[in-house]
Ligand binder design. Sequence first.
Ligand code: FES
Ligand SMILES: [Fe+2]
Length: 327
Amino acid sequence: MSAASSNPSDSSRSIPIPFGWFRVADSGDLNSGEVITLRACGRELVVWRTDDGEAVCADAFCPHLGAHLGMGGRVVGDSLVCPFHGWSFDTDGKNCDIPYSDRTNGRARLLTHPVVERNGFVLAWIHPQGLAPTFEVPELPEVLDPEFLPYIVSSYIVNTSVQEMGENAVDRCHFPSVHLNAVPPDIIEYDTTSEIARILSRLLLITPYGDFPGEIEIHQYGPGFSATRFRGFVDTLLVATQTPIEASLSELRFYFTVRKTGYGESSEEEARALALIYTGHIDEQAREDIPIWENKAYIESPALSDVDGPILEYRRWAKRFQVVKVK
Ligand code: FES
Ligand SMILES: [Fe+2]
């Protein structure tokens, strides 16, 4: 049986979990010496921060006798100590201490995942075959720029795959139907030649200060992380993180920031008020999209119109990140 069906009555929607960089924590939520646990990419994971401040991500089950390292495990120095028999694992996942033995066990290897900490996130590269990262998520200049507000954050657990959510960016014709007041954007450039896809669109920005011809530039850094810049009114950055929990269950988070001194703004409070209005629109759009996403089938060979947007090109790009291909 194929992994996904073109039969519209089959809503199994089993698009495989892709590999890529995925948010596993916000940097500010992980203090030195702390261990957190989460489920991502169909795996039970632990994330800890060493006493020196390094963030580490690993599979959660101890290779000795299987205890969950996030349930009572503790950080000592740069190591994670298992709650069951006290074995320690270093930042490479190697067993570095057995409290009742003079020797360590070379076979006791905790599977760690590459981590970068950037833009306020702990991002883990999770690949089902353990292959090394093939691209990077860059520093986003706005995040460290004091001219920009701190992130305004919202999050959703959505009963769909990250691929279905990502498709929204190129599905231009759903805007008038689902987001009732929105005019469909014109996609004027779409580049999928690398793992970092770029979408440039033009649209009319509807703001409390009037309507402005605007531009939206989206960079999708693989399936788990995107940066969207809205230009033409106030410079804004929307970071969206999409972390698969399971194949058809995902965490979607928005991190929104605006330039403090944008058009028509005289104070940080006004900029923040404007950012909250924008964030409200983004959240409203997510709430409008979610019932569609959660109930739709994945149609492998869709019947498209001439102006639906580059949906098939998006899907070809998305398949770069699948080890098990959708047939
Ligand atoms: S199960 Fe972890 S030390 Fe024994
Ligand atoms: Fe949408």
